[in-house]
Design a protein around this ligand. Structure first.
Ligand SMILES: Cc1cc2nc3c(=O)[nH]c(=O)nc-3n(C[C@H](O)[C@H](O)[C@H](O)COP(=O)(O)OP(=O)(O)OC[C@H]3O[C@@H](n4cnc5c(N)ncnc54)[C@H](O)[C@@H]3O)c2cc1C
Length: 393
């Protein structure tokens, strides 16, 4: 068979959910994916555990989607994060909620999510072709022609879910933007978002340390979230979120104990003055970080001069971190920019100019924080594009 009601290009979260929705509504559906396996990028999210959604309120979702989240009001009124949770639970996947509302499968394995999506597609009769790269999309009269290396498929509805341009090694190389340009739709400038930060910091001493709910300050920006010291600098949600405000050349300040005031720290040092400084700091922060802070100071707390105590507390509450740059688009988590939302009907995700042509997921000019927010809007836009009827010819 080479003619389908709906053809979907790209099997990330947006494409797989679009395929489920279209076939659920009775459309014969073909899903084309150039990788050999489904959901390659999705598999790497949440440290390989698949951060499938976030269980926050609508306000939380919009706050988690700083890049054009408001465009999604209509989408979320049709299918939202709670629908995602119900969808997976109805399909036999047990979920759990972790810090910051992040939702994961209880198995802690991405494959649980990807398999559930695959099984649902197969149940509904979606024709899934992996290892099949789409080379071009054309529209002749009312019919789309989708060309792969082996054959040409036709349909009256196409959903482009090819992702953005971040992490192209997972397959998202910006092909959907080329499709949009072919149909003379505007594409906004593409940039990296949610990028790990490069620093001149003493990496070796701190490499591998991960901190929960610390605060990064830069200029007027204050971000409290988890942070990871890596071999190149900083990663984790706090660093990724700060990345949209820095270019390199700035100094950020890290407060590793945002819940504890300078006064409380001074009182603690006074109370524990007979103890070793390292041991006292170890009660507050991970051991290697305690050693880092204690380095260069006397062994015992009581040996600290008033100036040294003040300096130590100031460093714990505002460790200066010179930022030298950020990772390129190829190593950033998310793409900022994409198919211009002015081109797209927010209720149906259909192109305003080309009937039957829909876009969903990161190919659109929408970007979110990690923490399940991207995956949420990708699954939800996929569903909404999928349920749209075939255009009347
Ligand atoms: C390391 C990493 C960690 C992340 N962690 C999180 C997280 O914790 N929380 C969060 O919310 N987000 C996270 N993200 C972002 C999230 O994974 C993406 O926003 C999301 O996967 C985008 O979904 P999508 O369906 O739009 O596109 P993608 O998942 O990129 O899928 C697009 C698919 O289209 C296919 N394709 C492209 N061109 C063609 C073609 N010509 N023919 C056929 N197929 C094609 C690609 O091979 C790919 O499989 C993370 C991203 C990365 C890289």
């Amino acid at each position: 068979m080479t003619h389908f009601d709906t053809i979907i290009i790209g099997a990330g979260p947006a494409g797989m959910m679009a395929a489920i929705a279209a076939s659920f509504y009775g459309q014969s559906t073909l899903l084309l994916e150039k990788n050999r396996r489904l959901g390659k990028k999705l598999a790497g999210t949440g440290g390989g555990r698949c951060n499938v959604t976030n269980n926050g309120t609508l306000e939380d979702l919009l706050a988690g989607i700083p890049g054009n989240g408001r465009f999604l009001y209509s989408v979320f009124s049709q299918f939202d994060n709670h629908d995602i949770i119900h969808f997976f639970e109805d399909n036999g996947v047990k979920l759990k909620v972790e810090d910051h509302g992040r939702v994961f499968p209880t198995t802690d394995r991405s494959q649980t999510i990807i398999k559930a999506l695959e099984m649902k597609m197969l149940d509904l009769g979606v024709d899934i072709r992996t290892g099949t790269e789409v080379l071009s999309v054309k529209k002749i009269d009312q019919t789309f022609q989708i060309k792969t290396a082996e054959q040409t498929f036709t349909s009256h509805k196409v959903i482009v879910t090819t992702g953005g341009k971040a992490y192209p090694s997972t397959g998202s190389t910006g092909f959907g933007h080329d499709i949009a340009r072919h149909f003379k739709l505007a594409v906004t400038d593409i940039e990296a978002a949610e990028s790990p930060l490069l620093t001149d910091f003493p990496h070796k001493a701190l490499q591998g340390i991960s901190l929960d709910d610390v605060t990064l300050h830069y200029d007027k920006h204050v971000i409290t979230h988890d942070l990871l010291f890596t071999h190149f600098g900083l990663s984790g949600p706090a660093a990724l979120r700060l990345s949209s405000f820095v270019k390199g050349g700035e100094t950020a300040y890290l407060d590793v104990l945002p819940q504890v005031s300078q006064e409380d720290l001074a009182m603690l040092l006074e109370k524990e003055r007979e103890k070793s400084l390292k041991n006292v700091l170890k009660t507050l922060v991970p051991e290697r970080l305690a050693e880092f802070f204690a380095d260069g100071y006397p062994l015992k707390v009581k040996q600290l001069s008033p100036k040294e105590s003040k300096q130590l507390i100031a460093t714990i509450k505002g460790l200066p971190i010179p930022i030298t740059g950020k990772m390129s688009l190829a190593k950033s988590f998310v793409t900022k920019g994409g198919v211009d939302l002015k081109e797209i009907n927010p209720k149906t995700l259909e192109s305003k100019k080309v009937s039957g042509l829909h876009f969903a997921g990161e190919v659109l000019d929408i970007n979110a924080h990690t923490g399940g927010f991207n995956i949420t809007y990708c699954l939800c836009t996929g569903w909404v594009a999928g349920i749209q009827p075939i255009p009347l010819s």
